[in-house]
Design a protein around this ligand. Sequence first.
Ligand code: BEZ
Ligand code: FE
Length: 298
Amino acid sequence: MNMETPTLGGLSATDPAALLAAVRQANAGTPHPRLREVLDALIRHVHAFALEVDLTPAELDLGLDFLVRIGQASGPHKNEGILLADILGLATLVQLRGARQALAQGGTEPALVGPFWRAQQPLRASGDSIATPDTPGAPLHVRGRVASLDGRPLAGARVETWQASPKGLYENQDPAQQDMNLRGAFLTDAQGRFDFHSVRPAGYPVPIDGPCGELLAAQGRGAMRPAHLHFIVVAPGHKVLATQFFDIEDPHAHEDVVFGAVGSLLRHFEADGQGGFGLDLDLRLEPGETRLPHCPLP
Ligand code: BEZ
Ligand code: FE
């Protein structure tokens, strides 16, 4: 036998380094190179984590039970897995890191997709409202322009948007709203412009009726997100932009429970002098492969 190959045979309970070496060796034959790399880092970090906190068997049981319950609480209409990545800041970290080259060149800051994007949001005509006439709230007029990093307007880009109501509820959480209310998709014109009407959204708490709610409570954290509108912009030859724009006047503007409300995404909703508000958006997309994020809701 190769003397350099660590085996479990001679392991002593006081030799975590030998155990780690054996587990890494077991992974070394993973054929897919990226999977091998990610698993190797995961193994090293979970071992280092267990050693750092001196994890007990009871605590390991508790943690594994938590993960099982995350899965059990998830289904076609709810995704606690996404919520967990969000409240741990992992989704924001990965989004911002993936965009670092674009950001250095003036690209729009991304923000997490979250669990409320729906497949097949209705395609609407430019200038339409995404709010049914019975939706309460102050009018909001959103105008925007989609361009590539070099400023070239992107015609025919698909701009998906969704938001909570002035009561802080998405339509799929609220029997008082019609199906697909406050959701829509728009195609940009030859100058890359889009234009729609809505109502000013309110902030809301993330769902706390599952294991993620227990975690937030155990941490003594709040659950609020500041008021925002979501966007996913899809243009051929460009990376998909998922982002959100936040109401800087919201009391929770600087304490988003999922850490998405970063610098340039905090905006003033400009008063129009007649009780309504306006939002002007300049969206800059990075050239690259067009890959849609996972859509959490049917
Ligand atoms: C959202 O903005 O829709 C959202 C994001 C993360 C967790 C819950 C909701
Ligand atoms: Fe949201």
